[in-house]
Structures are given as structure tokens and as C-alpha cells.
Design a protein around this ligand. Structure first.
Ligand code: PLP
Length: 382
């Protein structure tokens, strides 16, 4: 279904984020229908979107929470996720964040270095507790996605490199307050070539066999997230290919009897249910270029400026013949451009514009640069 805005929302002050909770529900249903029969446990990566009505739906569908900061751990608990369904990853966990997660007794820390493990052991011991830990490895698998959202290569800061893993595992017995419960990898985001997940599975199979040879049986494997969505055709493919995704792991990942496999999806869950609505402030014609200047900019949706990423853009107010526009925001940066040479029906001041597939890594990255106000959110389909 193409995006339409309810008549009563046409008068809503812009810019604002519009969340379709009906589509979110349908996405979560499809996700669990693909995951549950294959016995995968899904954690939602909070960093994609932390709005409470969104989190409430996600929790109601039985997902756990994957957090990358103390603030996210707190938000997950506030949204009602049970501590035993919360995991905490991140290369730079502060002492305060670790203490907070320990106090909440979250299910697992995904640890990314020997240095972190030593601190985690010390802080855990000081509380007279034991912490469950999964080692986040850097499997050196190329996710074939944008360089800024690739995380599983040697050159990236994430995870324990394969070269360092033997030393970390050998050291593990010197950390009495840590219990090794699993292996974790997350190799990048917006992955559309599903073969990448087969390659990741094979790497994890090898690592698991090696860890067993070192005397470590792993009750859990965590394959991370990263499933991509269709930014080009949000209406043609509103729900990602969850079947293809899970069947890839099902076929290639070798599980031990009773072993639990976790995935951590963010973008694939929430991207398509969010749309950024904006009004055209001015249409400005220079010698070479026609600009549509919106009242939303990189302060509301940073992805195009940050990664050069594509979002489908629609003019909801015009059906005139199309012209080409550089669609830009009001912020004092040239990178504040949603896209150049966008074909839009002839556009005028006051037209409503929809920027699609903005539910993930959209509102969460909004900023107050230029002293912009916090962007509003509306929810439909409640
Ligand atoms: C960001 C992140 C995810 C989710 O990535 P998506 O591409 O949004 O699915 C999962 N796990 C970790 C550790 C992350 O940092």
C-alpha cells in the first residue's frame, strides 16, 4: 500500500515522524512466524528506535532487547522487557554502565576485548556476583554493505579479532566472576546479500568447534543482526525477507543439541513503519538547479548526510507532471541534502513531502544542531 496520510494529520505541524503501528505489528508477526518454528530467539536492537509505543509492540510480540549503552538498558527495562531477555554489547562500556547492567541482572554481556573482560570481572566480583558473558568475535566476514555500517572486518573496532581469540580464551579461567555462555558476532547493517549470513555461519561453526577443543561448550550462539530492507521500494516490499534470512542460518549454522540461537535485528523490524513528514518551505531556482527546501533536515534524519543513504521521497500534495529537484533541508551545511535530482510532481511552497523508510536510525539520531526543536512523533493504527 502506498503511503497516505490520514486527513486529520494534514494540519499537523511539520516536521514529524509518523509511525504505522499496524505495519509494525504485521512485520513482527511475520518475523516470529519465521523465527519460532526454527527455534530462534529474537532480540530487538534498541538503537534503531527507542520510542516507547514502538518498544511496547515489540515486547508484546515476545522479542528480547539488545542494548549498546546504559541508557538503552534502562529504556528497555522501563519499556517492560524482562532483565533475563536483555543483552548488552558495545566496544566502550563505561564502569557506570556495567554496574547498572549488573544491578539489573541482565541476561548477558557481549564482551568485545580482553581489557573489557578484566574490568567486567573486577566490577562483578566487587558486587559478589557472577556475570554471564558471550565473546563478541570479529569474524572477518565482509558484509558487502556501506563502509560506515560494516563491523565485522579486521579493520573495524568491533569484537575480538580471530588472532586475539586464543589468548582471550586461555585467559578466561583467570576471571572467576565471569561465566562463558556463548559466542556472538554482528558483522554489519543493511545486508541485502543473504549469502553473507551463510559465510558468517561457517565461520561460527569453525570457531565453535575450536572452542569445544579448548573445553568450552557453548549453550548459546548469537549471530547478530543486519538484515537489510528495501529503501528503493518501500511499498513493494514493506516486510523484509525473514524466511530467507532464518532459513539461511537454519541451513548453514551447526547447532549442538539444546543450544539456543539468538539474532538481534533492528532496522528490519522498524525501518518501514516510520515516515518523516515535512513541508516545502521554498522552491528555489538557481542557474543550474531547482531546490525544494524542506522544513526537515539532517537534524531530523541524518542518514543521507551521514552515509549518503537513499530514502524514497514522495510529494503528497501534487499530481502535476514531474520535474527534477534537489531536496534539501534548512540546516547550514551543504551535506544537508536528502537527495539530488529527485523526480517529483511539480512542487510548491506548502506541499507535504513524505520521506519513507525512516523508522530505523532516523528519530534516534535527531539532534538539536542549529538549536532545532526535538522532532515530534505521531502513531497511527493503535
Ligand atoms: C546495531 C546492532 C544490531 C542491529 O543491527 P541492524 O542492522 O539494525 O539489524 C545488532 N547487534 C549489535 C551488536 C548492534 O550493534
Amino acid at each position: 500500500m502506498p503511503f497516505t496520510l490520514a486527513p486529520e494529520l494534514h494540519a499537523q505541524p511539520t516536521p514529524f515522524y509518523h509511525y504505522d503501528l499496524g505495519l509494525l505489528d504485521a512485520t513482527l508477526t511475520a518475523l516470529q512466524q519465521a523465527a519460532r518454528p526454527r527455534n530462534f530467539q529474537v532480540h530487538y536492537a534498541l538503537k534503531a528506535n527507542v520510542n516507547l509505543p514502538v518498544l511496547a509492540r515489540i515486547k508484546d510480540h515476545g522479542l528480547g532487547a539488545d542494548c549498546v549503552s546504559g541508557g538503552e538498558v534502562q529504556r528497555a527495562l522501563e519499556a517492560g522487557f524482562a532483565p533475563e531477555h536483555v543483552v548488552f554489547a558495545g566496544v566502550g562500556k563505561s564502569d557506570a554502565e556495567i554496574r547498572l547492567a549488573l544491578a539489573a541482572d541482565i541476561w548477558c554481556f557481549n564482551a568485545e576485548s580482553a581489557e573489557e573482560l578484566a574490568v567486567l570481572n573486577e566490577l562483578t566480583g566487587a558486587q559478589g556476583r557472577t556475570a554471564r558473558v558471550a565473546l563478541r568475535v570479529n569474524p572477518n566476514v565482509d558484509a558487502h554493505t556501506h563502509a560506515y555500517i560494516t563491523t565485522g572486518l579486521e579493520a573495524n573496532k568491533f569484537g575480538i579479532s580471530l588472532a586475539d581469540l586464543p589468548a582471550v580464551v586461555a585467559q578466561f579461567s583467570s576471571w572467576p566472576h565471569l561465566e562463558l555462555v556463548g559466542l556472538h558476532a554482528h558483522i554489519g547493517s543493511q545486508i541485502t546479500d543473504l549469502n553473507v549470513f551463510a559465510e558468517l555461519s561457517q565461520r561460527l561453526n569453525e570457531l565453535q568447534t575450536w572452542l569445544e577443543s579448548q573445553g568450552h561448550q557453548l549453550p548459546h550462539l548469537n549471530v547478530g543482526g543486519g538484515l537489510g530492507i528495501s529503501y528503493e521500494q518501500p511499498d513493494g516490499q514493506p516486510i523484509p525477507d525473514f524466511e530467507g534470512y532464518f532459513s539461511m542460518f537454519d541451513r548453514h549454522l551447526v547447532r549442538r543439541p539444546g543450544q539456543q540461537v539468538h539474532v538481534e535485528l533492528g532496522r528490519a523490524v522498524v525501518a518501514q513503519c516510520g515516515t518523516l513528514l515535512s513541508r516545502v518551505l521554498y522552491v528555489k531556482q538557481s542557474q543550474s538547479t531547482r531546490f525544494a527546501i524542506l522544513d526537515a533536515g539532517m537534524t531530523e534524519l541524518m542518514r543521507p548526510a551521514l552515509y549518503g543513504s537513499y530514502h524514497h521521497i514522495q510529494n503528497l500534495s501534487s499530481t502535476a507532471p514531474e520535474l527534477l529537484y534537489d531536496v534539501v533541508g534548512p540546516i547550514c551545511e551543504s551535506s544537508d541534502t536528502f537527495r539530488k535530482a529527485v523526480a517529483l510532481p511539480e512542487t510548491r511552497r506548502g506541499d507535504l513531502v513524505a520521506i519513507r523508510s525512516a523508522g530505523a536510525y532516523g528519530e534516534v539520531m535527531s539532534s538539536g544542531y542549529n538549536l532545532r526543536e526535538k522532532v515530534a512523533a505521531v502513531y497511527v493504527g493503535e
